[in-house]
Design a protein around this ligand. Sequence first.
Ligand code: 26W
Length: 827
Amino acid sequence: MTKKTVKKYKLTDVPRVGKTAGDLVQGMQRHFLRSLGLSHDSSADHYKYQALALTIRDRLMECWKDTKESTHADDNRRAYYLSLEFLMGRSLSNAILNLGLDHETEQALYALGLDLEALQSEEMDAGLGNGGLGRLAACFVDSCATLKLPVTGYGIRYEYGMFRQVIKDGQQVEEPDHWLRGANIWEVERSEYTQKIHFGGHTETYFNEHGVSRCRWVNTQDVLAVPFDTPIPGYKNGVVNTLRLWKSSATDEFDLGEFNAGSYPESVAAKNDAEHISMVLYPNDSSENGKELRLRQQYFLASASIQDVMRQWVEKYGQDFTHFAARNCFQLNDTHPTVSVAELMRLLMDEYRLSWDEAWAITSKTMAYTNHTLLPEALERWSVGLFSKLLPRLMDIIFEINARFLSDVAKKWPGDTERQRRMSIIEEGDVKQVRMAYLAIVGSFSVNGVAQLHSDLLVEGLFADFYALWPEKFNNKTNGVTQRRWMAMCNKSMSALITEKIGDGWVTDLQQLRGLAPFAEDAAFRKSWAACKLENKRRLIALVEKECQVTFPEDSMFDIQVKRIHEYKRQLLNVLHVIHLYDRIKRGHAHNWTPRAVLIGGKAAPGYYMAKRIIKLINNVAEVINNDPDVGDKLKLVFFPNYRVSAMEVIAPAADLSEQISTAGKEASGTGNMKFMMNGALTIGTLDGANIEIREEVGDENFFLFGLTAAEVEQTHGHYNPNAIIDRDEDLRRVMHLIESGHFSQFEPGSFSCISNAVRSAHDPWLVAADFRSYVDAQEQVAESFQDQEKWQRMSILNTAYSGKFSTDRTMHEYNDNIWKLKPVSL
Ligand code: 26W
């Protein structure tokens, strides 16, 4: 053939890939042989999972390309979700669901004689988050793609995610989570978009060609940030958004410099330093620890992401930033990426030559901040010394932001130096500290809490001074969860039953679940509802048997508390109740008994001593209860090890009772509470976080309320006498006696004295003893209600029916309407 007659092709003109079951079979066969190089049908399930995942991924790629082309072609505004954590869990089943390939996949696997559940369970969880905040980010990107919103997630590609929790002798042991070992099918490396990040060095001022004084940051040690992209499919809408995670890598210059100096080993060590940045997720969810590596991670994410956005801007529009703020918005997931405020200022001034005022006008219209906690110990502060050493240019900029801000404060409140001291971004004292939350507020046009109570408490307390200055900045965005993963994907039988009655519109419009309410009165429907729950309970029974070697009786009430272990979440209160039930059984007060199976799960931060003792107590109490023949099937207790996203997908559908028992005013929102509600569990809870809104939606007759209110908790300060409460309450006295007499620590004397001391302390901030009585009484109501199964099923249906508010689709609509103001991608 001569060149002239050859038909011309474009590499990008790929024929559309088929979506029938037959096409999926062929895809799997092709990947099995051609991508994975396998020939034996007997190969490990892991390879079969990979063949399926690659086949599904093929179907994501073309929508991904279409979405990118569409957003590239328009001039529409975009948002970026900056988060140190994305707790994605598994991707395969989610991709199958959102691509609308459920049915076809089932058929294809049947034809191949393969079992979907078995293959799915081969996928490692992407555990790149601690808990609520990280999982929220994952639900948000799912909803944004489903709503066709042009939102990109930016995070860190940790080599090691959240540690694996193993229980040895009743105690937590942490093991590394090397989740990338088995190859990650879902990521694509994009080294052409690598960014350079500076650390260390110093700043100097100089005069540019126009005689204007400018600053430069010199003598830095540089690290490369290499992006890895993960596709985020919307639900059956052709949109695939992007989650871009950065991996750190050494620069070549780095090696060369050291190499020329003749110190090869040092150059390799320096390379290691660079690569450590994205090595491991900090497993800390409520107390900041001020570690240098953590600050490196934060700046690494902020700088790489903002540079990436500006690179795209300059490629498209050149160096004119007039419309930058109108077309870009960064949402800061807590203060963790807040150094972004200073980094955007730096890039605009030092790299693109804007004046301070121009740069500030852009920055303060581009950043938006979400707060996720009221706990003072979780508020990030960085010592000025560390900050200046690691990020001298950023520290200069923060000082200047603060100086200008304090002068505004002085204008508003002349002479009020006390207020200036209180509001300063720099906390004075022995060690000067940068208050990251204040930097975030000053640098943002929007500040939000994550449930109504939490947002109210922020403006009344922690941020009251800022609210007085800028009331218009503050707003609430009640959290949600995605019903695609947390109902449609993980609870197939209930989803099918709902769809049979009200159609499948609820998958993208959760308020449609209200249509279920009338069926609560339908006896046949209640029966089917109960049958789904039973099927889900059997799945959990098998898992608990495997993980804990304890058998949950299927007719017992599944009473569940899963979340990070923290004193404010009061797993201890839960255990005290379990001990009380045990005590009642032992003393023969067990007439008309409602059998209960109590499951508690969650990870403790490795350095959190009390949390670890609470895990040990749960395990020791479980050991006694589960092996006592007097107790038998009346009561079971397990500590479920290594709680994670994929475990919740089995746990939530099986729950009868959801424990949301934090000390009022301490849990910002909670999101596990919402997952349980959607899956038909009833809640026993305090008036805290989103519990309040859950109760408003479902009605107080379908919610078990107990405990002090946030205002009452506040008033307790200085007037708390737990020992008097214990003396007055026989049940609590007996429970304390069982712990203190060593009944649960026969061979470990004194093992739980820190716990009983904490309950007895007048300074117990969590008020465990104060809420014990009302908790036990509420639990009594729960037990009684469960005995009337018709009534219980009715309440269960109503919980699902009224859970519509708690979809992240609603949450994302609100962020978009009030903060981001994006137009949906046109596809
Ligand atoms: C600096 C260490 C650190 C790390 C993470 C401090 C604080 C955090 C997060 C704020 C912890 C977290 O996940 N908070 C949870 O966020 C959820 C999503 O908004 C809320 O539902 C939970 O109530 C809140 O505890």
